[in-house]
Design a protein around this ligand. Sequence first.
Ligand code: SF4
Ligand code: SF4
Length: 97
Amino acid sequence: MHLRGATGGYFNFLVGLRIMGAKEIKIRIDPERCKGCMFCVMVCPKKVLDKDDKVNERGVQCVIVKAPEECIGCGLCAIMCPDCAIEIEKDQVLGDR
Ligand code: SF4
Ligand code: SF4
């Protein structure tokens, strides 16, 4: 599952989310920065990311979050991205969900 943000503006992100133990992991991909090189897809050990079927308004097949429930929060995708298009955020979850 992936959620696509509204187009345009700073908050134009593709966001994936999973709850891992007491941590909440958010994967944010900024399609304004993504150039579709797929380095992140190649390095992800859990096959969380994939190439979008569609071409965006910049003519790029951006990366999408295909399986957020598989993400272990290792951050390899964000480290490898040459355009700083990926942000991994791990928040402590307070209380039960
Ligand atoms: S590594 Fe960065 S620029 Fe390349 S496809 Fe992934 S998010 Fe896009
Ligand atoms: S943080 Fe690790 S497991 Fe999660 S999407 Fe990135 S490379 Fe894959």
